[in-house]
Design a binder for this molecule. Structure first.
Ligand code: ZN
Length: 291
């Protein structure tokens, strides 16, 4: 039951709360006025959201599953004293855009990459309602000048999906990575939504290149991370791809490679319910045989 629910967890908008979903949000203040909001009472690392609270504007980055909209609003009101003015979606998956419509009904203006809007418009699995679509979209980058700071929003090409955005809060030295960072977990790389392993690796490298030893990374899934943490996860992915490639070069079939389990010694650290060691292996095979 839990595994079945997990299979649809990241992609499908869900109308009803599932038993593995959190019912409330915890917050971590990573820098003054910048918070990571995570599920308070679920053992699963469901999509994290980030919140910028200032004197002028309240900006929410990603907004979790639809059934969690009211609990998320409650947390925003606790921290900001009012609902969000803007939402930036880092990509189209339902665990990051699910409560768009609800938060928009409470006053938020939704901003995202062009490709995210077209995916939500054209894919019923990713359309979380007519009021859920971003009304401002960008193709490459944009900057919010609010609360006396800059929030630099930029597109990362063909990585987790084809509509990914990440955000740099320059003054605070905080990067919101979205699903370019599954901290300490095998990443979901969504080929069916325009993602790719090569783009994902390049995107992680791009974020590392923008950072320094003091940068705090807000992940799409998992806890707040350092540059060294992000490097570790990228090194894992590069090494995992090399291992799979070596077996492909020997002429082994997909099933033989899965049976040989080349990622076995990453299993204890990186395997999780949605992206198992086997699924990561199959993603890498698909990447190496189609890229
Ligand atoms: Zn995602």
């Amino acid at each position: 039951m839990k595994k079945l629910a997990l299979l649809s967890m990241l992609a499908a908008p869900l109308a009803f709360a599932q038993d593995w979903m959190p019912t409330a949000f915890d917050h971590t203040e990573v820098s003054p006025g910048i918070y990571l909001l995570t599920g308070a009472d679920s053992e699963l690392p469901v999509g994290a959201t980030s919140l910028l609270v200032g004197d002028e504007y309240v900006v929410l980055i990603d907004d979790s599953f639809a059934p969690l909209g009211p609990a998320l609003l409650e947390k925003i009101e606790e921290l900001a004293g009012r609902p969000a003015d803007f939402i930036i979606n880092t990509h189209a998956h339902g665990d990051h855009t699910g409560s768009n419509q609800f938060q928009a009904e409470n006053g938020a203006i939704i901003v995202a990459h062009d490709n995210l809007r077209s995916r939500m418009e054209n894919d019923p699995e990713q359309n979380t309602g007519p009021g859920a679509l971003p009304i401002i979209t960008f193709s490459d980058q944009m900057t919010f000048h609010i609360n006396g700071i800059e929030a630099y929003v930029f597109h990362i090409e063909t990585a987790h999906t084809d509509g990914d955005a990440a955000i740099l809060f320059r003054e605070a030295n905080v990067i919101v990575a979205g699903d370019l960072l599954f901290r300490g977990m095998f990443p979901f790389i969504d080929y069916d939504s325009g993602g790719s392993v090569s783009g994902y690796k390049a995107g992680m490298q791009q974020l590392i290149d923008m950072s320094n030893d003091d940068t705090e990374f807000m992940p799409g899934h998992g806890p707040v991370a350092s540059r060294a943490d992000v490097q570790q996860d990228l090194d894992m992915l590069i090494d995992a791809e090399k291992r799979v490639k070596a077996l492909l070069n020997k002429g082994m079939s997909e099933e033989d490679i899965v049976a040989a389990n080349p990622l076995a010694d990453y299993h204890d650290d990186y395997n999780w319910g949605f992206i198992t060691t086997e699924r990561m292996t199959r993603t890498l095979i698909r990447s190496l045989t189609t890229d």
